[in-house]
Design a protein around this ligand. Structure first.
Ligand code: NAD
Ligand code: MG
Length: 396
């Protein structure tokens, strides 16, 4: 089999690093085409040298010189591509066979979509793109015969236990429900009143997963599960009433599908993102991922509970957003990104994240989405509106 060219967008992040770890285990199978970063030039240069990347891509043009000196220092010969357009260019070039979309947030939308429009296999970690532009992704994947393989552990689990023809409608293949598992984050079983003075470091201290700071906060608010419900709607052509969320603190069952004959199929494994990453890379084959094997006799018990929507209103909000449709997911996601950033900078409290997102949904105008331009415009407007809400909030 010919070696496949892989581009990793967001290679310096948590998913990016795990992807490079899996790739390095299979040098005959994969080679690295492009690696991209936003700010950590030293790490990007080290990665380019170690993985012999053809292109080092920096999304911020102003940092190209800094990247050049970092590469020169290591005598690394990777070619520099700079600017936001460079991300899409490397994702869609001929040498790239598959793209790992691991940029965080809506910033990843354009290059991720371009990869699909170029007919590449998309390994999708950047859930925010799918949340805000699900319909565009579905259309582009079918027009350009691109495969989208979910990397998010829950969706990867569902992809593993669904039959291949799920695209035709879940009810046509005997599926009753998709059951997304949620760890519950670091504040599982905490009363709402005890969450008032949570610090960013406490929110980012996830019990099972080691992730970037934005998704860690999202896991603590359960906004992550809300985003995942919307992601599942688009990835699996599911209606909102076909999606359930269940809290499972051990993060061993990564999700389940329940069928109308009473069968429930689940995918299990250790909480290590290298499993879904390896699956997405090798699909429909399987490769070694360097992951500790699951030993259920060491884990002893697997627990399941209903989610606490009172302490964590973000999840209920996501279902409302899904019902509202149109640009509501764009507002939801943009407001959440701005609110999380404000929380990480200690400008707002933990409990204000969902209330600010809810307020943004109230004040932003609703509207239909026909294409990328509208999404980008609604995203911009929602960010501005959320900024104003945060400002006003501080004054009171
Ligand atoms: P991270 O913060 O660790 O890494 C983010 C990467 O994106 C970095 O390489 C950074 O340089 C790049 N980046 C950030 N802002 C950018 C911008 N404006 N333009 C271009 N590049 C930018 O994040 P992560 O935890 O690796 O998560 C990445 C994505 O994967 C997120 O969408 C997250 O929801 C999803 N995801 C992550 C995990 C996990 O375990 N970490 C699990 C499931 C899904
Ligand atoms: Mg997930």
């Amino acid at each position: 089999m010919a070696s496949q060219g892989i581009t990793v967008l967001g290679s310096t992040g948590s998913i990016g690093e795990s992807t490079l770890d899996v790739l390095a285990r299979h040098p005959d199978r994969y080679h690295v085409v492009g690696l991209s970063a936003h700010s950590n030039m030293t790490r990007l240069a080290e990665q380019c040298l170690r993985h012999n990347a053809r292109y080092a891509v920096i999304s911020d043009k102003a940092k190209a010189n800094e990247l050049k000196s970092a590469l020169d220092q290591l005598k690394c010969k990777s070619e520099i591509l700079a600017g936001r357009e460079a991300l899409g260019a490397v994702a869609s070039m001929d040498e790239t066979d598959a793209v790992m979309a691991a940029i965080v947030g809506a910033a990843g939308l354009e290059p991720t979509l371009q990869a699909v429009q170029a007919g590449k296999r998309l390994l999708l970690a950047n859930k925010e793109s799918m949340v805000i532009a699900g319909e565009l992704f579905r259309k582009a994947a079918s027009e350009h015969s691109a495969n989208i393989i979910p990397v998010d552990s829950e969706h990867n689990a569902l992809f593993q236990v669904l039959p291949e023809n799920f695209e035709n409608g879940l009810e046509n293949i005997g599926v009753e429900r998709l059951i997304l598992t949620a760890s519950g984050g670091p504040f599982l079983n905490r009363e709402r009143s005890s969450l008032l003075n949570i610090t960013p470091d406490q929110a980012c201290n996830h019990p099972n997963w080691d992730m970037g700071r934005k998704i860690s906060v999202d896991s603590a608010t359960l906004m992550n599960k809300g985003l995942e419900v919307i992601e599942a709607r688009w990835l699996f052509n599911a209606r909102p009433d076909q999606i359930d969320v269940i809290v499972h603190p051990q993060s061993i069952v990564h999700s389940m599908v329940s069928y109308l004959d009473g069968s429930v199929l689940a995918q299990l494994g250790m909480p290590d993102m290298r499993t879904p990453i390896a699956y997405a890379l090798a699909w429909p084959e399987r490769v070694e991922a360097g992951v500790k094997r699951l030993n259920l006799t060491e884990i002893h018990k697997l627990e399941f509970y209903p989610p606490d929507l009172e302490s964590f209103p973000g999840l209920a909000l996501a279902f409302q957003v899904l019902e509202a449709g149109d640009n509501a997911p764009v507002i939801f996601n943009a407001a959440n990104e701005v609110a999380v950033e404000a929380f990480l900078q200690e400008r707002i409290g933990f409990l204000q994240i969902p209330s600010i997102v809810s307020a943004a949904l109230d004040v932003c105008e609703t509207g239909k989405i026909d294409g990328l331009d509208e999404i980008l415009e609604y995203d911009r407007l929602a960010r501005e509106a959320t900024g104003r809400l945060i400002h006003k909030n501080k004054g009171t």
